[in-house]
Write a protein that binds this ligand. Structure first.
Ligand code: NI
Length: 176
């Protein structure tokens, strides 16, 4: 079921989410199904449970290609419950991000360039991976939602924050 995506200003997006305690349950499967439907309907690169008003540590992300991010490489579709991120380098890189909870805007956000992540799928199976590039960026963005952090809160240079159609007039990025 497609759910409403909360927008910046809603206090639920600023809360710290709690860990999932039971795997393979009908509730968890239904939540993840709704998140997939909602992300797909909005052409999102990822979605975190708090964005649909559920304060649990669940994120999904990944795509073959994405009209909202025409320049980036594919990211494997991933369901990640109770994720833990570990940077593999001190290096930060700034690049453009958007968010379905911050429609119409883009900002340049510093993120770790390489990291490992660990978490569980809906059935409790362990997922452990290393990621770099946009894959690493999207994991950090989605996991920030679980701690009540929206990407504008991480922008260091606010001159690099603006409306998508003004910043990238020729990119053909759909309005969100
Ligand atoms: Ni987001």
């Amino acid at each position: 079921m497609i759910r409403e995506i909360l927008k910046m200003g809603d206090p639920r997006l600023l809360e710290k989410s709690r860990p999932v305690e039971a795997f393979g349950t009908p509730d968890l499967r239904a939540l993840i199904g709704d998140m997939q439907d909602t992300m797909r309907a909005a052409s999102g690169a990822g979605l975190a449970a708090p964005q649909i008003g559920v304060g649990l540590r669940v994120v999904i992300f990944g795509f073959e290609s994405n009209p909202r991010y025409p320049q980036v490489e594919a990211v494997p579709f991933t369901i990640l419950v109770n994720p833990v991120l570990t940077p593999l380098s001190d290096e930060l890189e700034e690049d453009w991000e958007g968010c379905l909870s911050v429609p119409g805007l883009r900002g340049a956000v510093p993120r770790w360039t390489r990291l490992s992540y660990r978490g569980f799928d809906a059935e409790g199976g362990l997922i452990e991976r290393e990621a770099a590039g946009f894959h690493a960026r999207v994991v950090q963005h989605e996991c920030d939602h679980l701690d009540g952090i929206l990407y504008p809160m991480r922008i260091r240079d606010l001159t690099k924050f603006g409306y998508t159609e003004i910043l990238f007039p020729d990119a053909g990025i759909p309005e969100d």
